[in-house]
Design a binder for this molecule. Structure first.
Ligand code: SF4
Ligand code: SF4
Length: 193
């Protein structure tokens, strides 16, 4: 019908206008940023972070390298730790993510079998320099599992219930017979200078 699209568009505008008064949290679309900030929805996702339990040394990641292989723009760089005898450990010595390349797709979170990497709510990450400033190292990426519980309580509850059902406590152990790949097959981080 002629004019139906215009009427429909105007009704959406009117509805949002009314909502901004009745439910300011839902209806408002403009805030005085950065003085004011809109609360992000639980499903909002931005750059990934790594999870640890209790202390940063007790990270869940076992350096299996799955996320770096699945990452579409290949912006994750992992080198596993080695012991004094040169044996590869189930822990990353280096875990870098180049935020300048990351496209926030969330695939790393989806494919991680150890619930070790999740998408964050953090969005104020602008820098004047785009190479070394946006190359986040393991120390920058690590956050306690309580942070995940706080920003995404629904996902946290679901994932922890699954882990409990599987009998996983704290740091997950990889399946027997599937050790992390040797260091020589890992990618190296890019030069940042
Ligand atoms: S997939 Fe998970 S456990 Fe494996 S390297 Fe990536 S973050 Fe670590
Ligand atoms: S969110 Fe996507 S692009 Fe970014 S590190 Fe994860 S898999 Fe790679």
């Amino acid at each position: 019908m002629f004019g139906f699209g215009v009427l429909k568009g105007m009704s959406v505008t009117l509805w949002n206008f009314i909502l901004s008064y009745v439910y300011p949290k839902k209806g408002i679309t403009t805030v005085q940023y950065p003085e004011q900030k809109k609360e992000v929805e639980e499903r909002f996702r931005n750059f990934p972070f790594l999870v640890y339990e209790g202390a940063p040394d007790n990270m869940r990641c076992v350096a299996c390298d799955i996320c770096s292989k699945e990452c579409p723009p290949k912006c994750i760089y992992i080198i596993p730790e080695k012991d004094a005898q040169g044996r590869v450990q189930k822990k990353p010595a280096t875990f870098d993510i180049d935020y300048a390349i990351c496209m926030n797709c969330g695939i790393c979170e989806e494919v991680c079998p150890f619930d070790a990497i999740f998408m964050d709510h953090e969005y104020e990450l602008a820098e004047y320099e785009r190479l070394s400033s946006l190359l986040y190292h393991k120390e920058d990426l690590l956050k306690p599992v309580e942070h995940f519980a706080k920003i995404r309580p629904t996902d946290y509850g679901r994932i922890e219930a699954t882990r409990a059902a599987k009998g996983v406590k704290g740091r997950a152990q990889p399946v027997a017979g599937a050790p992390p790949k040797p260091a020589e097959t890992q990618q190296s981080p890019p030069a940042t200078s």
